[in-house]
Write a protein that binds this ligand. Sequence first.
Ligand SMILES: Cc1cc2nc3c(=O)[nH]c(=O)nc-3n(C[C@H](O)[C@H](O)[C@H](O)COP(=O)(O)O)c2cc1C
Ligand SMILES: [Mn+2]
Length: 486
Amino acid sequence: MKFRDLREFILFLEDRGDLRRIKAPVNWDLEISEIADRMVKNGGPALLFENVSGYNIPVAINLFASSQRMAWALGVESLDELATRVKDLLGMVQGPPDGLVDRIRALGQLVHLGSFQPKTISRAPCQDVVIEGPDIDLLNYPVLKCWPLDGGRYITLPLVITKDPRTGVQNYGTYRLQVFDHNTTGMHWQTHKVGASHYRAGSEMGLKHLEVAVALGGDPATIWTGSAPIPPGMDEMGVAGFIREEAVEMVKAKTCNLLVPAHAEIILEGYVIPGEERDEGPFGDHTGYYSMEDPYPVFHVTTITQRKDPIYPAVVVGRPPMEDYYMGKVTERIFLPAIQAILPEVIDINMPAEGIFHNLVIVSLKKEYPGQARKVIYGLWGLGLMSLAKTIVAVDHFVDVNDPSEVVWRVANNIDPARDVFFSSGPVDDLDVAAATPKFGSKMGVDATEKMPEEGRIREWPPEIIMSKQVKDLVDSRWNEYGFNE
Ligand SMILES: Cc1cc2nc3c(=O)[nH]c(=O)nc-3n(C[C@H](O)[C@H](O)[C@H](O)COP(=O)(O)O)c2cc1C
Ligand SMILES: [Mn+2]
C-alpha cells in the first residue's frame, strides 16, 4: 500500500469500494460542499466530482474523511500500526537499547531513516505544464465556495511551503487561501503557525519578498503532513518519508528557491510581501462558526505548474465532525508517544470532534502522588499547539477517555468544583470565538482524578459498585432457567 500520488490513492479507494465518481453536473458554489458534508456525517465514501459546471478539472473531496481512509492514506490498515512504529522510533532515540537484538533493530531503523529523507529529482509530473504571466488565472480551477456567508472561494487543502529565512529549513503547513482575483489570494497562516513565524522573521530581516510555493495534491501522506504540528526545524517531508517508508520525491520550483513535491497535481509559485495585508474572510470554519474578516498577508502567484490533466483536491470544514477531524485524529495518535516521552504518566488522550482540538482535551494518567494531574495539565499547556487548549480534563488511568459516557459519569462524580476546577490564561487559538480579545484568554483545568488526602479530600474514597463474580456466574448459569432465552 504505497501511493506515489493522489490518483494512485483515488484508484486504490475505488478498488476498495470506498470512492464514488459523480458524473452529474454539480456547481462549485455551495453544492459540492453540501454533498460532501452529508457524506461525512453519514460515513459515506470519498467523492470524485468529474463534471463541475464550467470546468474540466475534477474535484476530489472527503479522501481522508474516515478513520479507515485516513489509515490507508498513511499506508497502514489501522493507525495503531503507525503509532507503534513511532513509539519504537522514539524509544530508540530516547534511551540506549538494552540487548543485542534491540541494538541491531535500532541500527536498522536508523539506516532506514536515512533512506526516507526526501530525494530531489530533475523532471517532475507537477511541472508538465508551465503557466506564466497573463495566462495565470486561479479561477481556471474549480475552487469551492463552501458556506453561504463565505467571503469568496477558498482553496481548502493546500500545502503551503516556506523557508525559514534564518535557517533555510522548509516548512509545510495547510493554511487556506481565499482567492481574491486571478493571481492573488489570502494567506491564512494563524499567529501560532510556522508559516506565520517565517513571515515575522522575514519582516524583521527587512526582506522585500518571502517566497511561497503551494502544492495541491501529491501522495496522501505528504498532503497530511501539512496539517500536523511537526516541530519547526524538522522536515515534514522526512516525516512523510518515514510514514510511507519511501522517500518523497521533490523538485526545484521553476521560479523560486523552494523544493516542491514532484508528484503534486498543481503548484502555485509566488511570494508574500512583509507588511502587505488584506482582509480575509468570512469563512465557515471548523469551529462550526464563521471566522470573520481579519487582515492576513497577500499571496502573489507568479507561476503555476501542473500536470496535463490535474485533479483538484479540496476539503470542507464546518460543524464537526468533518474531514479535518479525521486528519487531526491521526496527529493525536502519532503524537501520543511523543507526549508520553515528556509526561510519562500519561496513558491516553482524546480530543473529541466536538471540541475541535483546541477547545477540549481529555487526558488519562497514572496518578502516583498528589497534584500529579495538575502537573500533567500544566505540562500539556507548555507543549507546542497544545498550549492553545482551552479546557483540559484529567481522569484516572482506568477511565476510557474515548468513552464519553464514562468520562461524563466519572468527571461529574469526582469533582469538587471549587477545589478541582482551576483557571489559568495564555495564548488562545485565532479561531476561538469566546475570548474577550483575540489570541489571549483564559483556560480551564479540571482534575477529575480520585483525590488523595493531601489533595484535600480526607474522607476515604468510596468503593465503586461491581457485582461479585460468584453471583455473576450464578446468574450466567441460570439464564435459560429464568426463561429469558426462549
Ligand atoms: C483542512 C485543514 C485546514 C486548515 N486550515 C488552516 C488555516 O487556514 N490556517 C491555519 O493556521 N491552520 C489551518 N489548519 C491547521 C494547520 O494545518 C495545522 O495547525 C498545522 O500544524 C500547520 O502547520 P505548521 O505546524 O507547519 O504551521 C488546517 C488544518 C486542516 C486539516
Ligand atoms: Mn510545520
